[in-house]
Design a protein around this ligand. Sequence first.
Ligand code: HAM
Length: 431
Amino acid sequence: MTKKIQAIRGMHDCLPSDTSIYQYIETTLKKIFISYGFSEIRLPIVEKTNLFKHAIGNMTDVVEKEMYTFCDRHGESITLRPEGTAGCVRAGIENGFLYNNQEQRLWYSGPMFRYERPQHGRYRQFHQIGAEVFGFLGPDIDADLIIMTFRFWKLLGISKHIHLELNSIGSIESRKNYCRMLTVLFEKNIQALDIDCKRRMYSNPMRILDSKNPSVQALFHKIPPIKEYIDEESRIHFKELCRLLDISCIPYHINQRLVRGLDYYNRTVFEWVTKDLGSQGTICSGGRYDDLVKFLGGKSTNAVGFAIGLERLVLLIKAIQPKEIDTDQNIDLYLISSGTGTEDIMLLLSETLRNQLPEFTIIKNYGGGSFKKQLARANKYKARLALILGEDEISHNQCIIKNLCKGMQQKVSLTHAPFVLRELLKLLKHK
Ligand code: HAM
């Protein structure tokens, strides 16, 4: 017997029961992006490995351990994208839409790949919807992005289950000073560090602040907060961002330990986190990356963005089932016919109904069967209404419309059937 071939660990099928939630999220977010003046950009899933190494940083977890990297047939190293920002900046430079700090508001969505240890909310193939804004230095755009994400949560009915963690990590220069101080401090307390932290102590000491190891965490009270190290301009930028969030009534928590795992950030960093999903509770994260465009070979261009992990968002929505999300997959109308000549007429009628009622889901019975059997199938589909055609109805140019929720039925002329169906379905769907 052939061995069953299964999906790759950490990569999942998205089944129809979930796709309706994904589609709802995508449609809702897309509308909001448009209303804030964003345009969609579609980017390749595979890029040259060096792009991610340069953009994300050689010493980050993503580049060190998590990338799906292969050689193509010519021996060139290519990587399945672990995130969207690097590709977006590459596209901007290559296509010339990021020059002289040009303003751009872009959004994208699609699969990302990271070779992480899979667990609830953490996958090797996952999906992000992200946004990147270029050409603005001021904190007003950071605030605007955060306000827009808050609007997402409100429309998805999850705003009470998600909170904002915010920090400023200052300029690249002030971060370097902070890192130097951290290295010295960790050298003095080396006995408390595990192997991973010892490795990061010189290459990326800020990542140690994310450690979950209790003996490492015990050192944290000795570490001065990054705000004592950030430069004056970044401090003013952050203060103004906080003021803008205050007047917009967006609650936030300043988390001095929030440093983010990708190297390109400076100044603002933020994460929207939920407590309802256990350890993988970060639903959306982002920040400023004012040096990346230049670093990747473009002209100096201010930039800020975020990405939402769609799987986590769907898990949260499924956990709290907000009333705002209609995941109803009911069929609106099931078409039933029995008797000589009725099936041919039903075939033609089904197309007429689809022309006239394009907003409703209509399924025609296949495989014949008694009225009783066909009605049982309609109920299995959880259809709202059934339209029934027998020889008697055809001879009078009529059909029966049956309300499957309430059991009531009425005879109507075939000419009036579409109008009656529309009115009934409108009532049933908006109940
Ligand atoms: P990130 O924090 O690496 O940032 O990922 C963004 C979001 O993707 C996370 O908050 C999380 O919801 C989701 N995510 C990340 N890894 C996984 C995983 N293995 N399984 C499921 N979900 C995951 C970025 O990717 C940046 N490019 C965001 C950004 C855009 N910053 C500026 N612009």
